[in-house]
Design a protein around this ligand. Structure first.
Ligand SMILES: [Zn+2]
Ligand SMILES: [Zn+2]
Length: 319
């Protein structure tokens, strides 16, 4: 069965409501705080792919507790990713529709899919189809300037002086619950490995710091303000997953599998810096070294090399 993944752009809700993100910290830190959560990623995945719009359907699809779901929906509405809309049938109180900013997360989710497919591929996983060429696609990030593929190795990052990660773990992001997520939560089977790596704000933040050149245990600790026990746990898990390689003196380097997360983090950064208000001097500038221009990431089909727009994607579920 083939299913259209995204509606035409013209059908997307138009909303530019102000949202209460904290403009005092960098966009990337805010995004890590909002999106570094497995339930949030699963809710978004189901909103995009299965058009889940109601509290009851997320609850039933994901097996998420009502209190956790209510808290996540409240946060996502507060951050302008979903908007509550009166239900057309009048039976349920609200539907939750993706806002325009919410829809623009599609590139982030597609990048997660591509990583999972390439590095943790599992049978039964859904296949993304590029309508332009009719083929199963595993999109990659290219430079919008020169059209070449962009990778961690041929880009340069420069941090604004106010970009730090020390506030990602501050109490305003504190989430009381640590309800475990079933590995295959939801009828789509999720993206279990990516969800483990990206579905926790400390994990995502450790990964982001590794991409910015942090290598040593003490430097992670200092940069992130993270408890040593939590850091030890995340680094150990990343080594088990083959994302980081541990050297002899508590030095951790990204493996090729880890470096392949570049696409995911670059899409997260691009979304965050476009959508979330942040102070001057807190941005991360990414330059494509081969052409020397600021990286404007685009997603490209790995089969036909055509640019991907969200309305050109469909998916099939095997089985
Ligand atoms: Zn370029
Ligand atoms: Zn294609």
């Amino acid at each position: 069965m083939e299913t259209k993944m995204f509606p035409a752009v013209s059908a997307m809700p138009r909303l530019d409501a102000a949202h209460p993100s904290d403009p005092a910290i960098s966009a990337i830190e805010q995004a890590l705080g909002i999106l570094g959560d497995r339930w949030v990623l699963l809710m978004l995945q189901h909103a995009f792919l299965l058009r889940v719009r109601t509290f009851a359907r997320w609850r039933d699809e994901l097996g998420i507790s009502e209190s956790v779901l209510a808290a996540r929906l409240k946060e996502l509405v507060a951050h302008g990713i979903f908007e509550p809309v009166a239900s057309p049938d009048g039976r349920t109180r609200h539907e939750y529709h993706l806002t325009e900013a919410g829809w623009r997360l599609w590139r982030y989710l597609v990048a997660i899919y591509s990583w999972e497919r390439g590095w943790a591929g599992r049978p039964g996983m859904l296949t993304l189809i590029h309508d332009g060429c009719g083929q199963g696609t595993r999109p990659y990030v290219a430079c919008g300037g020169c059209r070449d593929r962009a990778t961690a190795r041929d880009t340069r990052t420069e941090r604004g002086p106010l970009l730090s990660f020390a506030r990602v773990g501050e109490p305003r992001h504190h989430r009381r619950t640590t309800t475990p997520v079933r590995p295959q939560a939801g009828s789509l089977g999720g993206c279990p490995v990516s969800m483990e790596i990206l579905g926790d704000r400390w994990s995502t933040t450790v990964l982001a710091a590794a991409f910015l050149g942090v290598r040593r245990f003490v430097d992670f600790q200092r940069e992130l303000g993270i408890a040593p026990s939590v850091l030890t746990d995340r680094l150990r898990r990343f080594c088990e997953l083959g994302v980081l390689h541990a050297g002899t003196t508590r030095v951790y380097r990204l493996t090729d599998k880890g470096l392949a997360f570049f696409d995911v983090l670059v899409m997260l950064t691009d979304w965050a810096q476009r959508e979330l208000p942040a102070p001057d001097g807190s941005a991360l500038a990414v330059t494509h070294r081969s052409c020397g221009t600021p990286l404007r990431p685009v997603l490209v089909c790995d089969v036909c090399a055509g640019d991907l727009e969200c309305r050109e994607l469909s998916y099939e579920v095997a089985g």
